[in-house]
Design a protein around this ligand. Structure first.
Ligand SMILES: [Zn+2]
Ligand SMILES: [Zn+2]
Length: 344
């Protein structure tokens, strides 16, 4: 089979690899019919996340089950399925608390030996461990490109507000309108947010958020703090989602939140940074951080996608063939695409 492999920073290549086979009793092998390129793939592409040369990358996928081990009960050969971006064991201490994103034995597709040594989904076929937990059937009538979002990007946008304890009627601000931020905007509105402020500096992304029903606020041409304060009688919003993952947006999130509000940091932070902890303390803020628990959310997210209350289709800006993957990464790296869907 053909597979997209990391070679060196800035260099990826299609390689021929043996077809995967079922090894464990709860493994499945999936013929991949669509896979996505994600922001975290760019970290690998640039060498910021170390991956062994020749490792197959990619972690978002939709396809058809070709084979399944005897313990796989939720799906069977011939089923059209989507995957979550990582696996979980269902039996460790964190899994027993439904915190699958911190599974002690968790493995992330396409992220090299450091994250579980699990080959990636930008390939013609994929080995899926713990298939009962990792895979779901695609609801009848749902397109590949919509289903692709359930196990990663939309699950992450959903988590950003769910993890913050959002309630119907809350006011929300989302900082950073990449795919995850835009999905957080949709999840907020689907969850009954009274008002959603969508903050970014890219005009097209602000316009997309406006079409979803949010109030767009330009990061630099407007004053986000003033805009939020004016619309909330000076209080600030109940929840701020930082979908960027840097100290500067986190500091802004702290300033936009109301007293006793919540800041939900879903963007990936790295290393150290300075944030106004005194202000966060004075305001009595709750800070919720970390990777999204997509396995815990995937059924609800699929339900909302099926009902049309979440619709990530407008985020898919490019469809490309697996063989065009080098061009696809260049395009994505230049921020000329929101979501690229690859088809083998
Ligand atoms: Zn992803
Ligand atoms: Zn576990």
């Amino acid at each position: 089979m053909r597979a997209v492999t990391f070679q060196a920073p800035g260099e990826i290549r299609i390689e021929e690899k043996p077809d995967p086979e079922v090894v464990a009793v709860d493994d499945a092998v999936v013929r991949v019919e669509a896979s996505g390129i994600c922001g975290s793939d760019l970290h690998i592409f640039h060498g910021r996340v170390p991956v062994e040369p020749g490792f197959t990358i990619g972690h978002e996928f939709v396809g058809t089950v070709l084979a399944a081990g005897p313990s796989v009960e939720r799906v069977s050969a011939g089923d059209r399925v989507l995957g979550c971006f990582h696996t979980a064991c269902a039996t460790c201490a964190t899994c027993l608390r439904s915190e699958y994103h911190r599974c002690e034995n968790g493995r992330t597709f396409g992220h090299g030996a450091n994250l579980g040594d699990l080959q990636g989904a930008q390939a013609e076929q994929l080995l899926v461990p713990h298939a009962n937990l990792t895979l779901r059937r695609v609801p009848e009538g749902m397109s590949d490109e919509v289903a692709l979002f359930a196990g990663d990007v939309m699950g992450t946008g959903y988590h950003a507000v769910e993890h913050a304890g959002m309630r119907a009627g809350d006011t929300i601000a989302v900082l950073g309108l990449g795919p995850v931020g835009l999905c957080a905007v949709q999840a907020s509105l689907a969850g009954g947010a009274a008002k959603v402020f969508a903050i970014d500096s890219v005009e097209q992304r602000l316009e997309m958020a406006r079409q979803f029903g949010a109030t767009p606020v330009h990061l630099t041409e407007e004053d986000p703090k003033r805009a939020v304060r004016t619309a909330t009688e000076g209080r600030g919003v109940d929840i701020v989602v930082d979908a960027v993952g840097d100290p500067a947006p986190l500091a802004m999130a702290i300033s936009l939140a109301r007293d006793a509000g919540t800041v939900s940091g879903i963007g990936a932070y790295a290393g150290r940074g300075e944030v106004p902890m005194g202000l966060a303390w004075l305001k009595g803020l709750t800070l919720r951080l970390g990777l999204a628990n997509v396995i815990a959310h995937v059924d609800r997210v699929l339900g909302l996608l099926e009902a049309g209350k979440l619709d990530p289709a407008p985020l898919v800006t490019h469809h490309m063939a697996l063989d065009e993957v080098a061009d696809a990464y260049t395009l994505y790296d230049q921020r000329e695409a929101l979501k690229i869907v690859l088809t083998p």
